[in-house]
Ligand binder design. Structure first.
Ligand code: SER
Length: 340
């Protein structure tokens, strides 16, 4: 029986999943299967299936293997960095065991159809851990291989899953006599903080930037939990989604590493607040640093070096910070809150 190839998206109802699925369902090449714990009513109705369930439920994953011919997986489900610090063991379970389950599902699928399953994994700037602000100031754009000593459970989980993906792609069952072909084609992107016009993230530590602009658009005061001089990289959501799609389509011969940095711009929290105030003159933004969350953001680089992504698969963000505000955030956010 020949079935249409399926792309499976976990974390489908989350910030990245929603926008990604919007693009994927426009392609005639694949059917899209959306998986999330809840909230799937927000996901495009053009999916072949929208399944409410847990990536830790192995029976559910076995059912997916038997029902669909999965050729690619965007494994987006995760607990973000702030939330993970409150429940580290649960974070490990979701972020690591969940990923392991999906990697196993991908191996099992490739046994059935004989092709490598493309496995797209969103990693994060949280995999970096700079020891102090002086090192952060001197580091310049940090390449993939440096300063990878994360201070958060989420960062440890993401870094380890990058290694798990590399293992499954290149060394899986290396001692087995019957070592099979096929398997997994693992590709990861280390995302900076992402900013969407449509959704506000939950439980992240880069959340101050999106929270600030969404609060201003709603006419609500905002207390920013980091200092004004705090600097980390950010990116507009459409560029993040384009990056995932571009990396998914890149020919494997062009990829020199399983894991790529991407970035677009690195304003300070104060510079970001100025842009928000320019757009919403009545915005009330105060800086009230939470020292513990501040320490997490301080351990993340001010800039990352994304030269490899640019050279290998043509990564080139369309939105600088001005264009993000003028052409993406402001028109869409104003419309979103005007129609409430
Ligand atoms: N946005 C994420 C977080 O703050 C980092 O990848 O947890």
């Amino acid at each position: 029986m020949s079935r249409k190839p399926v792309v499976l998206v976990t974390g489908a109802a989350g910030e990245v999943g929603n926008g990604l699925i919007h693009h994927l369902t426009k392609s005639a090449q694949y059917d899209v299967v959306a998986l999330d714990l809840k909230g799937l009513h927000t996901v495009s109705g053009s999916c072949a299936a929208r399944i409410e369930g847990d990536i830790l439920d192995r029976r559910l994953l076995e059912r997916l293997v038997s029902e669909f011919e999965i050729h690619a997986i965007f494994h987006l489900a995760a607990l973000l960095s702030t939330r993970s610090e409150f429940t580290p063991a649960t974070a490990h379970e979701v972020n690591v065991t969940g990923t392991l389950n999906l990697l196993e599902l991908a191996v099992e699928q490739s046994r059935w159809h004989g092709e490598r399953v493309r496995f797209l994994f969103p990693s994060s700037i949280a995999v970096y851990g700079l020891p102090d602000l002086a090192t952060k100031a001197e580091a310049g754009p940090v390449p993939e291989s440096e300063h990878t000593e994360p201070t958060t459970m989420y960062g440890c989980n993401k870094l380890y899953c990058e290694h798990l993906g590399r293992y499954y792609a290149r060394h899986y069952r290396q001692l087995a006599v019957d070592r099979e072909r096929g398997g997994i084609d693992f590709r990861a992107i280390r995302f900076p903080g992402l900013i969407s016009a449509y959704t506000v993230p939950h439980g992240g530590t880069s959340d101050y930037a999106p929270e600030m602009i969404h609060a201003a658009a709603r006419g609500e005061p905002y207390e920013c939990f980091v200092r004004e001089d705090t600097r980390i990289p950010f990116m507009a959501m459409p560029d993040a989604i384009d990056a995932l799609l571009a990396l998914m389509q890149a020919p494997s011969a062009r990829l020199s590493t399983p894991t790529y940095n991407v970035a677009a711009y690195s304003p300070t929290a104060g510079e970001f607040a100025k842009l928000v105030r320019d757009a919403f003159p009545s915005a009330s933004i105060a800086f009230v640093p939470d020292l513990r969350r501040q320490a997490i953001v301080d351990s993340w680089p001010a800039e990352v070096d994304d030269a490899r992504a640019r050279a290998d698969w043509g990564f080139a963000p369309k939105y600088d910070v001005t264009r993000t505000f003028e052409e993406y955030l402001l028109p869409n956010i104003k419309q979103r809150y005007a129609t409430r």
